[in-house]
Design a protein around this ligand. Structure first.
Ligand code: SAH
Length: 250
């Protein structure tokens, strides 16, 4: 058991609390959750509804299709969650795209409150009045914020101290230094006639590190010219690639 009295905590406001922990209860995140390295609270927005139908949404002002989550109900749900001193996020395709840098910041803090939208989204006034930070997980539209929230939480949890065990701490991974990761190989040595690159079985750690860096650079240049173009800045600010740690699985 973890002795930390206030572990990193994610509080999720959702109309579907039964979706949690879902995939967050399995494997790396699930084991860490069970051992108290982090905590998860899924709160039902509907519990803050006040009318006799327990309604949480209404038609959009100005007309148009679908329904919008009500500002008063959502504000009451946010206030009841008592998260004034934590980052308060709302998942939204209009938000700032989530990056590994923002994930690392969120993982280093106390853990966020996350509002999950549904239907056409949520009333703008609650975003403004409660100072919610809009976060997107990509340029596509999901049917609700829950899977987006799970994505964000999963990315944070694997960076928490103790969660990845003896695996390297995440500093060698894709995005951690503005580069995509080099290709990985494991046994068998020959697969359908394809060999593991000789250098990886040479035992020469310096050469392996050099090869991996060259592969990472080539991949990034080819696949993500945007990341490659931004890289000199990242290097200037001191985020230099450390030689990859050699690990042998979980
Ligand atoms: N009408 C909205 C989309 C609503 S989708 C629009 O055009 O912007 C319903 C909910 O799903 C959103 O409120 C948000 O919480 C979530 N969602 C959908 N796509 C998302 C994305 N790419 N990133 C984060 N959350 C998303």
């Amino acid at each position: 058991m973890n002795s930390n009295p206030t572990p990193w905590r994610a509080t999720v406001l959702t109309l579907f609390p039964e979706m949690f922990p879902g995939p967050l209860g399995i494997s790396l995140a699930g084991k860490a959750l069970a051992s108290g390295l982090w905590a998860l609270e899924a709160r039902d927005i509907r519990a803050s509804a006040t009318d006799k139908h327990r309604s949480v949404d209404d038609t959009p002002a100005g007309g148009g299709p679908g329904m919008v989550l009500r500002a008063d109900v959502l504000a009451a749900a946010i206030d009841a969650a008592d998260a004034q001193d934590r980052p308060r996020l709302v998942m939204s395709p209009r938000g700032r795209p989530l990056t590994q840098a923002r994930v690392a910041e969120l993982a280093a803090g106390p853990g966020p409150l996350i509002v999950c939208g549904r239907f056409e989204g949520i009333d703008q006034r609650v975003i403004d009045a409660r100072g919610l930070e809009e976060v997107s997980i990509g340029d596509y539209v999901l049917s609700g914020g829950e899977i987006a929230a799970m994505t964000l939480i999963d990315a944070c949890v694997r960076l928490l101290p103790g969660v990845m065990g003896k695996l390297a701490s995440g500093t060698d991974e894709s995005f951690s230094d503005g580069l995509l990761e080099y290709p990985q190989y494991t046994r068998p040595q020959t697969f359908e006639g394809r060999q593991i690159p000789d250098i990886l079985i040479s035992g020469d750690h310096a050469k392996v590190a050099k090869w991996r860096l060259a592969e990472a650079e080539a991949l990034t240049q080819e696949r993500r010219p945007d990341l490659w173009a931004a890289r000199p800045k990242a290097l200037e600010s001191g985020r230099k690639r450390k030689p990859p740690k050699i690990t042998t699985g979980e």
